[in-house]
Design a protein around this ligand. Structure first.
Ligand SMILES: C[S@@+](CC[C@H](N)C(=O)[O-])C[C@H]1O[C@@H](n2cnc3c(N)ncnc32)[C@H](O)[C@@H]1O
Length: 287
């Protein structure tokens, strides 16, 4: 909230509405003429809608930020807040299939109307595609062996549930660190199912057009793949390579980075809320 530097009459967007915790606090700090737009692609999040004339909840993927704001007659905003990834509701609701803790169908879609779920990825992707996903998105060292193990197992019978998948990969997981291994595998599947990195890149690019000069971009991410994209984009206005320069050699950057290092939770906060342990908060101001 501090990083957003909320102006009472400002227009703000919470692109990851979820349980509405951030939106409620934002509304508390906004004045009567302020406005807040929330986005969430999960139909379950719609149940948390806040009854407040200053608030509009948009059931859409944030990769369509700019057009959806335009549909609501908004061309520029004072701040955009993103709290990426899966919500506690999604993670703790067994049937959604996000957690290694519960037996469930391997679903992992944030948007339950999405076409691709984790079962589809596991049972239809080629061995080389699985290898790429496990290596890149799960950062698993034995991604090639894992892909082979999955492809061999599914010949006998499709892989449909969390426990079946854990049984299949247990023998190649590092002894004593199985839980971490499953978590990385599930992270890889979730990122692929939801196209998380593509959506994040499209969203970040649109914030350049959507934020007015001086507007704030505040992003919380929970793994290094996301954080790297956010960090590079805030610093350079692109995801790879060097900052663009104009004819005179001046850097062309859409943002000024506010905190050079990512802000992380204190040990005290992590002891109260273990899910804060991997959170990295980055802040930039539109030039
Ligand atoms: C970590 S939770 C946010 C929790 C929220 N800040 C709160 O206070 O309750 C992330 C939420 O963003 C949603 N989400 C993630 N990626 C999305 C995307 N590309 N488009 C729209 N919503 C997305 C998820 O469905 C989830 O509800």
């Amino acid at each position: 909230m501090e990083a957003l530097a909320i102006k009472p009459d400002g227009v703000y967007v919470d692109v990851t509405f979820g349980g509405g915790g951030h939106s409620k606090e934002l509304l508390r700090q906004l004045g009567p003429n302020g406005k807040l737009y929330g986005f969430d692609q999960d139909p379950d999040a719609l149940r948390n809608v806040i009854d407040d004339g200053r608030f509009v909840l948009i059931h859409q993927n944030f990769r369509f930020l700019k057009n959806n704001l335009r549909l609501h007659g908004v061309s520029e905003v004072d701040g955009v807040l993103a709290d990426l990834g899966v919500s506690s509701h999604q993670f703790d609701h067994a049937a959604r299939g996000f957690s290694t803790r519960f037996e469930a169908t391997l679903d992992m879609r944030m948007d339950q109307e999405g076409e691709r779920d984790a079962k589809t990825v596991l049972n239809t992707y080629s061995e080389s595609e699985l290898h790429r996903i496990f290596g890149m998105y799960g950062e698993l060292h034995n991604a090639r062996t894992l892909a082979k193990t999955v492809v061999t197992a599914r010949i006998n019978q499709p892989i449909r549930t969390v426990d079946t998948l854990k049984d299949i990969v247990r023998k190649i997981a590092p002894r004593g660190r199985e839980h971490k291994y499953y978590a990385q595998l599930f992270q890889a599947l979730r990122i692929e199912v939801n196209g998380e990195l593509e959506a994040l890149q499209e969203f970040l690019q649109q914030t350049v057009a959507v934020l007015r000069p001086g507007g704030k971009l505040v992003v919380m991410s929970y793994h290094s793949l996301e954080d790297r994209l956010v960090k590079n984009f805030m610093a350079k206005g692109k995801f790879k390579g060097e900052v663009e320069k104009d004819f005179f050699g001046h850097e062309i950057k859409p943002f000024k980075v506010i905190a050079r290092k990512a802000i992380v939770a204190s040990a005290e906060e992590v002891s109260r809320n273990s899910r804060a342990r991997s959170a990295k908060l980055r802040v930039a101001e539109k030039i």
